[in-house]
Design a protein around this ligand. Sequence first.
Ligand SMILES: Nc1nc2c([nH]c(=O)n2[C@@H]2O[C@H](COP(=O)(O)OP(=O)(O)OP(=O)(O)O)[C@@H](O)[C@H]2O)c(=O)[nH]1
Length: 139
Amino acid sequence: MNKPRLVVVAGVIEKQGNYFIAQRFDNASQGGLWEFPGGKIEVGETPSQALERELYEELAIRTVTGLWLADSVFDYGDKIVELKGYLSHWQQGEIQLNSHQQMAWVSLSQLGNYQFCAADYPIITALHDYIALKSHTEV
Ligand SMILES: Nc1nc2c([nH]c(=O)n2[C@@H]2O[C@H](COP(=O)(O)OP(=O)(O)OP(=O)(O)O)[C@@H](O)[C@H]2O)c(=O)[nH]1
């Protein structure tokens, strides 16, 4: 049997040097693990549109999708997830947690203290690389 391959977008939202992360419900797939909010791309959507829709549904905030960070493919056994990570820029609204059991704002170095969905680690690496590059090019 062919296992499903899900194409999923995830957004990294930054505020004052901290990054938004959210914990999946214990009874969901990858339950209890942390992730960047987002979800599956629907038919006819661009990744950017899907991410803006998902962040509104999950967090009730309006965002604009920014820089692409990385794509990551992980086989969870029952499904393959192709995760596309982007920066997301918060435009308006206050965060309401509609689809997660917990949230946190954490620094880049604190990200290592949380257990993420396996597909997220290349996105975290790309975020580290991006921030390092940015700090080298800023004068
Ligand atoms: N939103 C989001 N999903 C992620 C991330 N990393 C990761 O592996 N995923 C996986 O991508 C899939 C899509 O998740 P979803 O939020 O749209 O919906 P879901 O829990 O109903 O997914 P499911 O149908 O696999 O149970 C989930 O299996 C989830 O575990 C991430 O950083 N953000």
